[in-house]
Structures are given as structure tokens and as C-alpha cells.
Design a binder for this molecule. Structure first.
Ligand code: MSP
Length: 509
């Protein structure tokens, strides 16, 4: 029985090192995965590498290596970036691993046995970067409309999957599961694509050597997209560990870029239905990140190295920026100015300043101990907005509305800073008659910080853990459980706080 929240990123073509654009998706996945763990869900978070691409084979050839030797070298470089970004994936699947490849063969055999695969021939333009046959009408001056590189004319005998037979079944799926494709704009694209009629899909390549051999005709290898999509079921144990597979599948969220929605929302569910496996629950398509208005690409010199961004802003600054700057589902633009400005405004001056002011005052006026308020429910405005925040944040996160969730959190940080300016506890401290009022104000501010640390844990895990510790809270913040832990008033009076180093040192130009 399914008991696990299962989220996946796309698996990456490892023909080169990653750029910042590739990390947007993994950060979004990680934030969702971490939040579900905070809610107490069992989570399986999968990412990996798509290795049987012709571009990977070419990258290896250019370096005089076998594709396997090349991917063995480059995969750890990607994994190291994921680690620096504090991505908590539970597994990393490589499509060249036997645990994957042997199951791909079984899956293909199943489709063949069920009569859904036949031999035919295909002619048409093919884009090596998309790894996809194109139709003449989508080409721009004979080039791929996405990669703007010349397409290759391919004519070969291939095995075909009867995708066309699944048109009505897919339309029914989109009808029955309205959030199968989100956001709406991508759902509409998928609907009109499927309604306009599906063609059968070529699922093998005759000329390629690098790939998973078709079991009944090993002169052919499995089409790289079919091979790649199957990672989502081979990693959780399809065909190998039935009990484990049933506890994880279907995927709750396949997070993908808008360029590959069709593979995930059309071909993938059709393949699964054909093999008698349940389709995933949702395909969530994000937009593209550019660099100063240009397509991110290593070869164009616009593929910013994530390590460079990490060196300057740390994992928290990096992750916060992506979540805040990019409107989920839409395209976004990375610039060095925008990341520095946002870091300074929202992290250094916003959250960092709030924490250091409050902890400094508690240090000076209450010997670093959480003061006893007249009521734990709170008397000021902060308690009401803190309670609203936790509820709103939870709803947004469960609906995959990342921007809305972090907008609400950031608004609360602003409210808390404004609250302090308005009630001016530093002035109250000069008047001994206002001691109780001062205790109320600082209790609320500390409790606000505790809730911020908790809700921010999925996004900025490092700063959130430090803040949690500065607030004198026991255990790790990641081990807390929402919604209970986010209830207002759980902060114990008398707890010893500690003024630490600034959470986010201000960065100069
Ligand atoms: N290997 C395929 C996916 C197979 S999934 C079964 C692939 N790989 S990729 O390396 O080209 O892209 C991996 C993911 O990164 C995709 O979801 C893609 O949309 C995303 N992005 C690649 N460049 C991007 C940006 N510049 N901005 C945001 N996401 C980007 O496609």
C-alpha cells in the first residue's frame, strides 16, 4: 500500500557540468521534500542522470573516453553541486546502472508482449539536443526551435509504440485528475496537443550503440527518452521489489521544465497505462531561468557555474533567491545584481536584522532568557499574523504554491520588523513601569522568530538551524513536526537564548 510521498526531478543529461538553470528544479523539489518530512510524511525524493544520450556519447568521444568512463567521471561533479546546495535526495539513479537497464528491458518486453510495439520505418528531422523527432512545421530555418541548432534528417527502421491508441484514455485521465498537469497554461498545451491527434512513437534506434538493447532485437537500443522516463519506476523497485514499489508508486509530483512537459504528461502516462502500471499523480512544469536575458548554456558562455554562486551567497542565499525571484511556472532571469539585492534586502536586513535585534535586546534586558509574557497566546499583533502564517504557509506548500508560501513568510518577517519599530521596546526598557509590556513584546518577537525558523527550514536549512539553536530550542529544527510545532505560544519562558554570529552578513558590491 502506498505510504510515501514521492517526488522526482528530471534526470540530467551529463554531457557537461551543471549550470544555475539546472539547479532551479532541484531546489524546488528539495524544498517540497523537506516540508513534507517536516509534516511527518515518509518521503522518497529521487534525482539522477540520463546517460544514454547521443550528446553524452559525443562528449565522451571528444575526450577519447568510453561513454561509461565519461559518465563515471562527470556524475560525481553533479552530485557534489547537489550536496553543496544541501539537496536531500534519497537516491540518485544512473540510467547506466544495471538496476535500471535490466528493468527497462523487462518493461519493453512487457509492451511488446501486450502487442503495443511493432516494427515500422521512420523518416524525419531529429534534434540531437532534444533527442526528439520534430515535424517540419515546427522548425525555424531548418533548425530546432528550442536549441537553434540544425536538425539531422533520419531515416531508419524502428520499433514503434502505439501511442495513438491511448489518446482517449489520456484525455480521460486529464479530465479525471484536473491537476495532472500544472500550471494551467501547460495543461492547456497538453490538452490541445493530445486533442489534435497522437502519432505512434518511435521507441528504438537502429544506429546507436550506447543505450539499453531491445531485448528481442539487440541490434536496436531503446529510445533514450523511454529509457529515461522509466527511471521513475526502476528506482523505487519496479519489477525487483514489489512491496517497496507499491509503498512508493505512483509519484506524487514529477517536477520538470516546461520544455519536457509533453514527454511527462503524454508519453509517460501512456507507456505506464499500456504496461498496466498506474500513472503518476501530477506533472508540475516550471519555467526557464535565463542569464541577463539570454538562454543559459555552457557553450554560449551564459551557463553560470553554481559553485560560483554558492561561494558568494552560500546555499541559503542561493536557495532563497531562486524561490523568491522566480514566479513558479514562469521564466526568470538570473543577474548578479538581483541576487545580491535580494540577499541584502530580505536576508541580511530582513530576517538577519530581526534575529539580531531581538536576541540582543533579550540579552540586554532579560539576561538572555525568554521573558514570561502576561499571556502565552500573545497580546500584540504578531501572534495573530503568526498563527495565520502557519496555516497559509501549509496550504500553499501542499498545493505546490512555492512563491505564495515564501511571500507569506517574507511578509511576516517584514511585519515583525515593523512591529518592533512601532512599539520601540528599546524605549520601553528605559521605563521600569513598562517591564511587563516589554516582556510581552519580546516574547512575541521571539515566538515569531521561532515560527520563522521552523517554516523556513525547508528553504534555508542552514540559517534556520542556527536560528533555532540561538533561540535555545532543543533538538534539530528538521526533527520538529508541523502543524503542532508551529502553534503560537510553544516557546517556554525562561529558555536560555544565545546571541550568535549574524545569520546573513551584509554583502558589499
Ligand atoms: N534528460 C532529460 C530529462 C529526462 S527526465 C526523464 C533532460 N535533461 S536536461 O539536463 O536537459 O534538463 C534537466 C532539467 O533541467 C529539465 O527539467 C529542464 O527543463 C531543466 N532545465 C534545463 N535548463 C534550464 C534552465 N535554464 N532553467 C530552468 N530549468 C532548466 O531534459
Amino acid at each position: 500500500m502506498k505510504d510515501t510521498f514521492y517526488i522526482t526531478s528530471a534526470i540530467y543529461y551529463v554531457n557537461d557540468v551543471p549550470h544555475v538553470g539546472h539547479t532551479y528544479e532541484i531546489v524546488a523539489c528539495d524544498v517540497i521534500a523537506r516540508y513534507h518530512r517536516l509534516r511527518g510524511d515518509k518521503v522518497f525524493f529521487l534525482t539522477g542522470s540520463d546517460e544514454h544520450s547521443q550528446n553524452v556519447a559525443r562528449a565522451a568521444q571528444d575526450r577519447g573516453l568510453t561513454p561509461q568512463a565519461w559518465t563515471d567521471q562527470i556524475v560525481p561533479i553533479w552530485q557534489q553541486v547537489w550536496r553543496r546546495l544541501e539537496v536531500t535526495n534519497d537516491d540518485w539513479i544512473r540510467t547506466s546502472e544495471d538496476r535500471h537497464a535490466s528493468r527497462v528491458q523487462e518493461f519493453m518486453q512487457t509492451l511488446h508482449d501486450r502487442g503495443d510495439i511493432y516494427l515500422g520505418s521512420y523518416e524525419g528531422p531529429y534534434c540531437d539536443s532534444c533527442e526528439e523527432f520534430k515535424v517540419e512545421s515546427e522548425l525555424v530555418d531548418g533548425k530546432c526551435p528550442i536549441h537553434l541548432i540544425p536538425v539531422r534528417f533520419v531515416s531508419e527502421e524502428n520499433y514503434f509504440f502505439r501511442l495513438s491508441a491511448y489518446q482517449d484514455r489520456l484525455l480521460r485521465l486529464y479530465e479525471e485528475v484536473p491537476r495532472f498537469v500544472i500550471p494551467e497554461i501547460r495543461r492547456n498545451e497538453v490538452l490541445s496537443f493530445v486533442r489534435s491527434g497522437l502519432r505512434d512513437l518511435s521507441v528504438s534506434r537502429a544506429a546507436a550503440l550506447w543505450g539499453v538493447p531491445i531485448p528481442w532485437d539487440p541490434k536496436h537500443v531503446t529510445y533514450v527518452w523511454v529509457d529515461a522516463l522509466l527511471n521513475y519506476i526502476t528506482a523505487p523497485g519496479y519489477g525487483a521489489e514489489p512491496e517497496r514499489f507499491e509503498s512508493i508508486w505512483p509519484a506524487d509530483v514529477h517536477m520538470v521544465g516546461k520544455d519536457i512537459t509533453r514527454f511527462h504528461a503524454v508519453i509517460w502516462p501512456a507507456m505506464l497505462i499500456a504496461a498496466g502500471v498506474a500513472p503518476p499523480r501530477s506533472v508540475c512544469a516550471h519555467g526557464f531561468l535565463s542569464f541577463q536575458g539570454q538562454r543559459m548554456s555552457k557553450s554560449l558562455g551564459t551557463g553560470i557555474d553554481p559553485n560560483e554562486v554558492l561561494d558568494r551567497f552560500g546555499a541559503d542565499g542561493y536557495r532563497w533567491y531562486l524561490l523568491r525571484e522566480v514566479q513558479f511556472g514562469q521564466d526568470g532571469d538570473f543577474t548578479w545584481d538581483s541576487i545580491r539585492n535580494r540577499y541584502n534586502a530580505e536576508l541580511a536586513n530582513g530576517l538577519g536584522n530581526l534575529a539580531s535585534r531581538v536576541l540582543a535586546m533579550v540579552g540586554s534586558y532579560f539576561e538572555g532568557e525568554v521573558p514570561r509574557p502576561s499571556s502565552r497566546e500573545g497580546t500584540g499583533r504578531l501572534a495573530a499574523s503568526g498563527t495565520d502564517l502557519a496555516k497559509q504557509f501549509d496550504d500553499h506548500m501542499l498545493n505546490l504554491e512555492l512563491n505564495e508560501a515564501f511571500e507569506a513568510l517574507n511578509a511576516f518577517i517584514r511585519t515583525a520588523n515593523r512591529f518592533l519599530v512601532e512599539v520601540a521596546p528599546w524605549a520601553m526598557a528605559k521605563d521600569s513601569a513598562k517591564r511587563h509590556e516589554l516582556a510581552d513584546v519580546l516574547y512575541e518577537a521571539l515566538e515569531g522568530l521561532r515560527i520563522i525558523a521552523l517554516l523556513a527550514a525547508a528553504a534555508i536549512p542552514g540559517a534556520s538551524a542556527r536560528l533555532w539553536e540561538q533561540l535555545g530550542q532543543a533538538g534539530s529544527v528538521a526533527a520538529q513536526r508541523v502543524p503542532e510545532a508551529a502553534a503560537w505560544g510553544r516557546l517556554e519562558p525562561g529558555t536560555k537564548t544565545r546571541r550568535g554570529d549574524p545569520l546573513f552578513p551584509r554583502l558589499e558590491e
